[in-house]
Design a protein around this ligand. Sequence first.
Ligand SMILES: C[S@@+](CC[C@H](N)C(=O)[O-])C[C@H]1O[C@@H](n2cnc3c(N)ncnc32)[C@H](O)[C@@H]1O
Length: 244
Amino acid sequence: MNRPDDSNAAIWKSTDIIAIRTARAGAREQRGAAQWELMAQLLPFDESDAFIFLDLGAGTGSASHGILKLYPHSTAILADFSAEMIAAGEVEMQPFAGRYRFVTFDMCTDVWPKVIPRKVDAVITGMSIHHLPDDRKRGLFSEIFDRLRPGGWYLNYDAVDSEDAAVRDAWSRANDRIDPLAAEQRLHRTAIELARHTNHMRYVIPLTPQLAWIEDAGFAGVDVYWKRLDNVIYGGMRPEEEKT
Ligand SMILES: C[S@@+](CC[C@H](N)C(=O)[O-])C[C@H]1O[C@@H](n2cnc3c(N)ncnc32)[C@H](O)[C@@H]1O
């Protein structure tokens, strides 16, 4: 269900915007590769283990690649609400044919499609939680907890905001020096690029409440496992024994 004022669905179901994203796939892969690899390494499996994981807001499946590569017997369920992203993903996921399937799921609703198994061994999200309003971020963390087998992990790679202007300035300063081209492009955004950026930023929030919601959902071992400026990987595990 999309909120009436919400541009998010229009953005992610726009072929123009997906074309821009596809054109920049190389730079995105370069930026994300180490983080996706780390998410795979954080999972508590042996390389010989067969397990099922869920990638929510999977897009073209970039976050799943690291796990599918490190664990050759793993299987991915890739959920997204954009038929256009799923179509692009079917092409990018070809190297893993037979080990994944896409399902349609709008994370703005708490009604999960039946095609998603009742229990999975791990859940990941990559750059998708920040597209959700806060009530759905929080609700989704609980729903993810419910879907995990005891001992299962949830990891989220995402962008965060800060309430401290000095912190935000420091992030921008460093990001602009690291990627001067992006800094230049920011000054000359087309209307489509501006809409995409506005959509990217609208529900980005600080880290602290997100960690609190993860803990409230029941997760243990909650930590920020990686952080660089405004990008983080945080998560935790569903305890083997539930609190009573
Ligand atoms: C920035 S892309 C990230 C894709 C991928 N996870 C990655 O790390 O490259 C955000 C993805 O979230 C999806 N998305 C945004 N809002 C969603 C929603 N409400 N329900 C399901 N998917 C959503 C978009 O369609 C898009 O594929």
